[in-house]
Write a protein that binds this ligand. Structure first.
Ligand SMILES: [Zn+2]
Length: 73
């Protein structure tokens, strides 16, 4: 049993979480942009339909979480 093993595990979990957060942020951003382009009821920042608002909310939340993580590291 090496005492270094738990440390390596912690680092790789942190890296995986960062990657998946970035992926989710990029996917949310793309989904929102695709929706706005295709949707006749969305013209941000003035108007958003229900689906557009939901997509925008999850995009903003993931962006905030991602940027907060960048500032901490
Ligand atoms: Zn819309």
């Amino acid at each position: 049993m090496s005492s270094a093993a738990p440390i390596r595990t912690t680092i790789s979990v942190a890296v995986l979480m960062a990657d998946s957060l970035y992926d989710r942020y990029m996917k949310a951003s793309a989904a929102y942009r695709v929706h706005v382009k295709a949707c006749s009821r969305c013209s941000p920042p003035v108007a958003r339909c229900t689906a557009g608002r939901e997509l925008h909310t999850s995009f903003v939340r993931l962006q905030d979480a991602y940027l907060a993580r960048l500032r901490r590291s």
